[in-house]
Ligand binder design. Structure first.
Ligand code: SF4
Length: 382
Protein backbone atom coordinates (compact mmCIF):
# COMPACT_ATOMS: atom_id res chain seq x y z
CA UNK A 1 0.00 0.00 0.00
CA UNK A 2 1.16 3.46 -0.58
CA UNK A 3 -0.72 6.23 -0.17
CA UNK A 4 2.58 14.87 -2.86
CA UNK A 5 8.92 22.89 -4.56
CA UNK A 6 10.99 24.10 -5.32
CA UNK A 7 10.82 26.68 -7.86
CA UNK A 8 11.13 27.33 -11.03
CA UNK A 9 11.68 25.16 -13.96
CA UNK A 10 14.15 22.87 -12.28
CA UNK A 11 14.01 19.24 -13.23
CA UNK A 12 13.70 16.74 -10.43
CA UNK A 13 14.00 13.29 -11.90
CA UNK A 14 12.71 10.55 -9.66
CA UNK A 15 15.51 8.15 -10.29
CA UNK A 16 17.77 7.31 -13.18
CA UNK A 17 15.17 4.94 -14.53
CA UNK A 18 12.35 7.40 -14.33
CA UNK A 19 13.91 10.56 -15.68
CA UNK A 20 12.77 9.64 -19.16
CA UNK A 21 9.22 9.08 -17.96
CA UNK A 22 9.15 12.54 -16.48
CA UNK A 23 10.50 14.25 -19.56
CA UNK A 24 7.84 12.55 -21.66
CA UNK A 25 5.08 13.02 -19.20
CA UNK A 26 2.83 15.14 -21.38
CA UNK A 27 2.80 12.31 -23.84
CA UNK A 28 2.83 9.61 -21.24
CA UNK A 29 0.84 7.00 -23.02
CA UNK A 30 -0.80 4.01 -21.49
CA UNK A 31 1.59 2.07 -23.71
CA UNK A 32 -1.27 0.22 -25.29
CA UNK A 33 -0.76 -0.19 -29.01
CA UNK A 34 -3.44 -0.59 -31.66
CA UNK A 35 -4.48 -4.23 -31.88
CA UNK A 36 -3.91 -5.79 -35.30
CA UNK A 37 -6.81 -8.05 -36.32
CA UNK A 38 -6.65 -9.77 -39.70
CA UNK A 39 -4.01 -7.33 -40.89
CA UNK A 40 -6.05 -4.29 -39.76
CA UNK A 41 -4.94 -1.94 -36.96
CA UNK A 42 -7.78 -1.31 -34.53
CA UNK A 43 -7.80 1.25 -31.74
CA UNK A 44 -9.29 0.54 -28.34
CA UNK A 45 -12.42 2.69 -28.46
CA UNK A 46 -11.83 3.81 -24.87
CA UNK A 47 -8.45 5.32 -25.77
CA UNK A 48 -10.31 8.00 -27.77
CA UNK A 49 -11.40 11.38 -26.46
CA UNK A 50 -15.00 12.42 -27.11
CA UNK A 51 -13.95 14.67 -30.00
CA UNK A 52 -11.79 11.89 -31.50
CA UNK A 53 -14.72 9.49 -31.21
CA UNK A 54 -17.03 12.02 -32.86
CA UNK A 55 -14.51 12.46 -35.69
CA UNK A 56 -14.12 8.71 -36.21
CA UNK A 57 -17.89 8.20 -36.31
CA UNK A 58 -18.22 11.03 -38.81
CA UNK A 59 -15.77 9.21 -41.05
CA UNK A 60 -18.00 6.14 -40.71
CA UNK A 61 -20.99 8.20 -41.88
CA UNK A 62 -22.66 8.32 -38.45
CA UNK A 63 -24.56 11.33 -37.06
CA UNK A 64 -22.94 13.34 -34.25
CA UNK A 65 -25.45 12.29 -31.56
CA UNK A 66 -24.19 8.71 -31.80
CA UNK A 67 -20.84 9.66 -30.29
CA UNK A 68 -22.57 11.03 -27.16
CA UNK A 69 -24.66 7.86 -26.90
CA UNK A 70 -21.59 5.64 -27.21
CA UNK A 71 -19.64 7.81 -24.76
CA UNK A 72 -22.37 7.38 -22.16
CA UNK A 73 -22.40 3.60 -22.63
CA UNK A 74 -18.64 3.55 -22.21
CA UNK A 75 -18.18 5.88 -19.26
CA UNK A 76 -21.57 6.34 -17.55
CA UNK A 77 -22.97 2.84 -17.73
CA UNK A 78 -19.57 1.11 -17.80
CA UNK A 79 -20.54 -1.58 -20.32
CA UNK A 80 -17.93 -4.16 -21.27
CA UNK A 81 -18.95 -4.84 -24.89
CA UNK A 82 -20.52 -3.21 -27.94
CA UNK A 83 -23.44 -5.66 -27.76
CA UNK A 84 -24.63 -4.07 -24.54
CA UNK A 85 -25.17 -0.69 -26.27
CA UNK A 86 -28.85 -1.33 -26.72
CA UNK A 87 -29.98 1.94 -28.23
CA UNK A 88 -27.57 1.55 -31.15
CA UNK A 89 -28.77 -0.25 -34.27
CA UNK A 90 -27.28 -3.72 -34.69
CA UNK A 91 -25.65 -2.56 -37.94
CA UNK A 92 -23.73 0.16 -36.04
CA UNK A 93 -22.69 -2.27 -33.29
CA UNK A 94 -21.32 -4.53 -36.02
CA UNK A 95 -19.39 -1.61 -37.55
CA UNK A 96 -17.94 -0.70 -34.14
CA UNK A 97 -16.92 -4.31 -33.54
CA UNK A 98 -15.21 -4.31 -36.91
CA UNK A 99 -13.45 -0.96 -36.49
CA UNK A 100 -12.43 -0.90 -32.82
CA UNK A 101 -11.26 -3.15 -30.04
CA UNK A 102 -12.82 -3.04 -26.60
CA UNK A 103 -10.22 -4.12 -24.05
CA UNK A 104 -11.85 -5.29 -20.88
CA UNK A 105 -10.66 -6.06 -17.36
CA UNK A 106 -11.79 -9.15 -15.45
CA UNK A 107 -11.68 -10.15 -11.81
CA UNK A 108 -9.36 -13.14 -11.76
CA UNK A 109 -9.26 -13.74 -8.03
CA UNK A 110 -10.94 -12.26 -4.97
CA UNK A 111 -10.00 -12.79 -1.33
CA UNK A 112 -12.60 -12.06 1.34
CA UNK A 113 -11.50 -10.95 4.79
CA UNK A 114 -13.60 -11.47 7.90
CA UNK A 115 -13.49 -7.67 8.41
CA UNK A 116 -15.32 -7.12 5.09
CA UNK A 117 -12.24 -6.14 3.07
CA UNK A 118 -12.17 -7.73 -0.38
CA UNK A 119 -8.89 -7.92 -2.21
CA UNK A 120 -9.02 -8.46 -5.95
CA UNK A 121 -6.56 -9.45 -8.66
CA UNK A 122 -7.63 -7.96 -11.99
CA UNK A 123 -6.50 -9.58 -15.20
CA UNK A 124 -5.94 -7.08 -18.01
CA UNK A 125 -6.49 -7.77 -21.71
CA UNK A 126 -2.78 -8.49 -22.28
CA UNK A 127 -2.50 -10.95 -19.38
CA UNK A 128 -0.90 -8.49 -16.93
CA UNK A 129 -2.38 -8.33 -13.44
CA UNK A 130 -2.98 -5.54 -10.94
CA UNK A 131 -4.65 -5.37 -7.55
CA UNK A 132 -7.58 -3.45 -6.17
CA UNK A 133 -9.24 -3.47 -2.77
CA UNK A 134 -12.71 -2.80 -1.42
CA UNK A 135 -12.38 -1.34 2.07
CA UNK A 136 -15.71 -1.00 3.85
CA UNK A 137 -15.96 0.78 7.20
CA UNK A 138 -18.96 1.99 9.17
CA UNK A 139 -18.54 5.44 7.62
CA UNK A 140 -17.33 4.79 4.09
CA UNK A 141 -17.02 2.33 1.27
CA UNK A 142 -13.67 2.87 -0.39
CA UNK A 143 -12.02 1.42 -3.49
CA UNK A 144 -8.23 1.36 -3.64
CA UNK A 145 -7.09 1.18 -7.27
CA UNK A 146 -3.80 0.67 -9.12
CA UNK A 147 -2.30 3.02 -11.70
CA UNK A 148 0.59 0.95 -13.09
CA UNK A 149 1.47 -2.70 -13.61
CA UNK A 150 4.26 -3.08 -11.05
CA UNK A 151 6.23 -0.05 -9.92
CA UNK A 152 9.64 1.41 -10.60
CA UNK A 153 10.10 3.18 -7.27
CA UNK A 154 11.41 0.27 -5.26
CA UNK A 155 10.13 1.17 -1.79
CA UNK A 156 11.67 -1.43 0.46
CA UNK A 157 8.59 -2.15 2.63
CA UNK A 158 6.18 -2.62 -0.29
CA UNK A 159 5.52 -5.91 -2.12
CA UNK A 160 4.77 -3.99 -5.35
CA UNK A 161 8.24 -2.47 -5.17
CA UNK A 162 9.55 -5.99 -5.77
CA UNK A 163 7.52 -6.32 -8.98
CA UNK A 164 9.17 -4.76 -12.01
CA UNK A 165 7.19 -1.95 -13.60
CA UNK A 166 5.70 -3.40 -16.78
CA UNK A 167 3.57 -0.56 -18.08
CA UNK A 168 1.16 2.24 -17.27
CA UNK A 169 -2.54 1.49 -17.04
CA UNK A 170 -4.98 3.16 -19.39
CA UNK A 171 -7.67 5.41 -17.97
CA UNK A 172 -10.14 2.69 -18.98
CA UNK A 173 -8.25 0.07 -16.97
CA UNK A 174 -8.34 2.33 -13.90
CA UNK A 175 -12.03 3.05 -14.50
CA UNK A 176 -12.75 -0.70 -14.84
CA UNK A 177 -11.29 -1.32 -11.38
CA UNK A 178 -13.71 1.27 -9.97
CA UNK A 179 -16.71 -0.24 -11.78
CA UNK A 180 -15.85 -3.80 -10.74
CA UNK A 181 -15.10 -2.90 -7.11
CA UNK A 182 -18.38 -0.94 -7.02
CA UNK A 183 -20.20 -4.09 -8.18
CA UNK A 184 -18.57 -6.01 -5.32
CA UNK A 185 -19.60 -3.28 -2.86
CA UNK A 186 -23.22 -3.47 -4.02
CA UNK A 187 -23.24 -7.25 -4.04
CA UNK A 188 -21.53 -7.83 -0.67
CA UNK A 189 -22.28 -4.66 1.32
CA UNK A 190 -25.45 -3.36 -0.34
CA UNK A 191 -23.73 -0.01 -0.80
CA UNK A 192 -22.15 1.97 -3.61
CA UNK A 193 -18.60 3.26 -3.41
CA UNK A 194 -18.27 6.67 -1.90
CA UNK A 195 -14.48 7.04 -1.94
CA UNK A 196 -11.66 6.17 -4.30
CA UNK A 197 -8.00 6.17 -3.38
CA UNK A 198 -5.20 5.88 -5.93
CA UNK A 199 -3.02 3.95 -3.52
CA UNK A 200 -2.71 0.57 -5.17
CA UNK A 201 0.12 -0.65 -7.35
CA UNK A 202 2.25 1.98 -9.06
CA UNK A 203 3.01 5.68 -8.75
CA UNK A 204 0.01 7.65 -10.08
CA UNK A 205 2.07 10.76 -10.85
CA UNK A 206 4.25 8.74 -13.25
CA UNK A 207 1.09 7.94 -15.22
CA UNK A 208 -0.27 11.45 -14.92
CA UNK A 209 -2.28 11.85 -18.12
CA UNK A 210 -4.13 8.55 -17.81
CA UNK A 211 -4.77 9.09 -14.10
CA UNK A 212 -6.23 12.53 -14.86
CA UNK A 213 -8.34 11.10 -17.67
CA UNK A 214 -9.67 8.42 -15.36
CA UNK A 215 -10.56 11.08 -12.78
CA UNK A 216 -12.31 13.04 -15.50
CA UNK A 217 -14.53 10.10 -16.51
CA UNK A 218 -15.19 9.18 -12.87
CA UNK A 219 -16.21 12.73 -11.95
CA UNK A 220 -17.84 14.15 -15.09
CA UNK A 221 -21.66 14.23 -15.47
CA UNK A 222 -21.21 12.13 -18.63
CA UNK A 223 -19.24 9.63 -16.54
CA UNK A 224 -19.88 8.38 -13.01
CA UNK A 225 -20.57 11.85 -11.64
CA UNK A 226 -18.62 11.36 -8.43
CA UNK A 227 -17.29 14.39 -6.56
CA UNK A 228 -13.50 14.87 -6.89
CA UNK A 229 -13.45 15.57 -3.16
CA UNK A 230 -14.18 11.84 -2.73
CA UNK A 231 -10.94 10.92 -4.51
CA UNK A 232 -7.41 10.86 -3.11
CA UNK A 233 -4.27 10.63 -5.18
CA UNK A 234 -1.38 9.20 -3.24
CA UNK A 235 2.19 9.76 -4.32
CA UNK A 236 5.54 8.54 -3.09
CA UNK A 237 6.64 12.14 -3.57
CA UNK A 238 7.48 13.68 -6.92
CA UNK A 239 7.76 17.35 -6.10
CA UNK A 240 7.53 18.67 -9.64
CA UNK A 241 4.33 16.73 -10.31
CA UNK A 242 2.68 17.88 -7.08
CA UNK A 243 3.21 21.41 -8.27
CA UNK A 244 1.83 20.49 -11.68
CA UNK A 245 -1.29 19.00 -10.10
CA UNK A 246 -1.86 22.29 -8.29
CA UNK A 247 -1.24 24.30 -11.49
CA UNK A 248 -3.62 22.05 -13.43
CA UNK A 249 -6.41 22.70 -10.95
CA UNK A 250 -6.79 19.06 -9.87
CA UNK A 251 -9.61 19.04 -7.32
CA UNK A 252 -8.91 15.75 -5.55
CA UNK A 253 -7.28 15.22 -2.19
CA UNK A 254 -3.57 14.57 -2.10
CA UNK A 255 -1.62 12.18 0.11
CA UNK A 256 2.14 11.88 0.45
CA UNK A 257 3.56 8.48 1.33
CA UNK A 258 6.06 9.86 3.81
CA UNK A 259 7.03 6.91 6.05
CA UNK A 260 10.14 8.65 7.44
CA UNK A 261 10.74 12.33 8.15
CA UNK A 262 14.51 12.67 7.89
CA UNK A 263 16.26 12.31 4.56
CA UNK A 264 18.66 9.57 5.58
CA UNK A 265 15.97 7.26 6.96
CA UNK A 266 13.58 8.03 4.13
CA UNK A 267 16.15 7.41 1.40
CA UNK A 268 16.96 4.07 3.02
CA UNK A 269 13.39 2.80 2.56
CA UNK A 270 12.25 5.00 -0.36
CA UNK A 271 14.96 5.61 -2.98
CA UNK A 272 12.77 8.26 -4.63
CA UNK A 273 13.82 10.48 -1.73
CA UNK A 274 17.34 10.82 -3.19
CA UNK A 275 16.03 12.94 -6.05
CA UNK A 276 12.99 14.36 -4.22
CA UNK A 277 14.20 15.10 -0.70
CA UNK A 278 12.00 16.35 2.11
CA UNK A 279 12.88 20.03 1.56
CA UNK A 280 11.54 19.90 -2.01
CA UNK A 281 8.48 17.94 -0.93
CA UNK A 282 7.69 20.50 1.79
CA UNK A 283 7.92 23.30 -0.78
CA UNK A 284 5.68 21.48 -3.22
CA UNK A 285 3.11 20.69 -0.52
CA UNK A 286 3.09 24.33 0.56
CA UNK A 287 2.57 25.27 -3.07
CA UNK A 288 -0.29 22.72 -3.34
CA UNK A 289 -1.98 24.07 -0.20
CA UNK A 290 -1.59 27.72 -1.27
CA UNK A 291 -3.18 27.00 -4.64
CA UNK A 292 -5.91 24.53 -3.63
CA UNK A 293 -6.65 25.20 0.03
CA UNK A 294 -6.68 21.41 0.52
CA UNK A 295 -4.58 20.04 3.39
CA UNK A 296 -2.31 17.24 2.21
CA UNK A 297 -2.37 14.01 4.18
CA UNK A 298 0.91 12.50 5.32
CA UNK A 299 0.79 8.72 5.24
CA UNK A 300 3.22 7.20 7.70
CA UNK A 301 3.43 3.42 8.04
CA UNK A 302 5.02 2.72 11.39
CA UNK A 303 7.59 -0.08 11.18
CA UNK A 304 9.38 -1.57 14.19
CA UNK A 305 12.96 -0.37 14.52
CA UNK A 306 12.80 1.59 11.26
CA UNK A 307 10.75 4.73 11.87
CA UNK A 308 9.05 4.33 15.26
CA UNK A 309 11.45 6.01 17.72
CA UNK A 310 10.84 9.16 19.77
CA UNK A 311 13.22 10.95 17.45
CA UNK A 312 11.21 9.76 14.42
CA UNK A 313 8.11 11.14 16.11
CA UNK A 314 9.83 14.51 16.58
CA UNK A 315 10.97 14.58 12.95
CA UNK A 316 7.46 13.78 11.76
CA UNK A 317 5.96 16.53 13.92
CA UNK A 318 8.52 19.02 12.58
CA UNK A 319 7.79 18.08 8.96
CA UNK A 320 4.01 18.11 9.45
CA UNK A 321 4.21 21.70 10.74
CA UNK A 322 5.85 23.02 7.58
CA UNK A 323 2.38 23.32 5.96
CA UNK A 324 -1.24 22.64 7.02
CA UNK A 325 -1.49 18.85 7.06
CA UNK A 326 -3.05 15.83 8.66
CA UNK A 327 -1.28 12.61 9.52
CA UNK A 328 -2.45 9.05 8.94
CA UNK A 329 -0.46 6.57 10.99
CA UNK A 330 -0.75 3.16 9.37
CA UNK A 331 -0.25 -0.23 10.95
CA UNK A 332 2.28 -2.14 8.85
CA UNK A 333 1.25 -5.28 6.95
CA UNK A 334 4.29 -7.57 6.72
CA UNK A 335 5.25 -8.85 3.27
CA UNK A 336 7.03 -12.04 2.32
CA UNK A 337 9.83 -10.28 0.43
CA UNK A 338 11.16 -8.10 3.27
CA UNK A 339 11.91 -8.56 6.93
CA UNK A 340 9.93 -5.67 8.43
CA UNK A 341 7.46 -5.96 11.29
CA UNK A 342 4.70 -3.73 12.67
CA UNK A 343 5.62 -1.59 15.65
CA UNK A 344 4.23 -2.13 19.13
CA UNK A 345 4.44 1.66 19.66
CA UNK A 346 1.63 2.68 17.31
CA UNK A 347 -0.65 4.10 20.00
CA UNK A 348 2.21 5.83 21.87
CA UNK A 349 3.42 7.29 18.60
CA UNK A 350 -0.09 8.60 17.84
CA UNK A 351 -0.50 10.03 21.34
CA UNK A 352 2.85 11.77 21.13
CA UNK A 353 1.78 13.55 17.94
CA UNK A 354 -1.74 14.35 19.16
CA UNK A 355 -0.26 15.90 22.29
CA UNK A 356 1.58 18.29 20.02
CA UNK A 357 -1.79 19.44 18.58
CA UNK A 358 -1.33 17.73 15.23
CA UNK A 359 -4.27 16.10 13.43
CA UNK A 360 -3.62 12.35 13.65
CA UNK A 361 -5.65 9.33 12.57
CA UNK A 362 -4.61 5.76 13.17
CA UNK A 363 -5.37 3.31 10.38
CA UNK A 364 -5.40 -0.25 11.65
CA UNK A 365 -4.46 -2.92 9.20
CA UNK A 366 -7.45 -4.31 7.27
CA UNK A 367 -7.67 -7.73 5.74
CA UNK A 368 -5.07 -9.29 8.04
CA UNK A 369 -6.42 -12.75 7.25
CA UNK A 370 -5.88 -12.24 3.51
CA UNK A 371 -2.86 -10.92 1.56
CA UNK A 372 -3.44 -7.38 2.74
CA UNK A 373 -0.21 -5.68 1.73
CA UNK A 374 -0.21 -4.00 -1.68
CA UNK A 375 1.33 -6.22 -4.36
CA UNK A 376 1.36 -9.32 -2.21
CA UNK A 377 -1.51 -11.04 -3.99
CA UNK A 378 -0.33 -10.03 -7.48
CA UNK A 379 3.12 -11.34 -6.58
CA UNK A 380 1.56 -14.69 -5.69
CA UNK A 381 -0.65 -14.72 -8.79
CA UNK A 382 2.30 -14.49 -11.18
S1 SF4 B 1 7.00 0.74 -4.51
FE1 SF4 B 1 5.52 1.85 -5.76
S2 SF4 B 1 3.52 1.03 -5.14
FE2 SF4 B 1 4.97 0.48 -3.53
S3 SF4 B 1 4.83 2.15 -2.01
FE3 SF4 B 1 6.52 2.65 -3.41
S4 SF4 B 1 5.54 3.97 -4.96
FE4 SF4 B 1 3.87 2.87 -3.91
Amino acid sequence: MNLPEESNNKEYPTSKDDSASLENLELSSPESKPTVVQGKKRLDIRDLTLSELTEQLKELGQPTFRSKQIWQWLWQKGVQSFDEMQNLPKSLRDVLTDQFTFHTTKIELAQYSSDGTIKVVFKLHDGNRVEGVLIPTSKRTTACVSSQVGCSLDCKFCATGYLKRERNLTAAEIYDQVILINQLAEEHRGKKLDNIVYMGMGEPLLNYQQVLKSIHVITSPDGLGMSPSRITISTAGIAKMIQKMADDGVKTHLALSLHAADNESRSAIMPINDSNPLELLAESLNYWYDKTGVRPTLEYTVIAGVNDSIEDERNLAKFARKFPSKINLIEYNPISTADYQPTSRLDDFADGLSNQKLIVNVRRSRGKDIDAACGQLALKSR
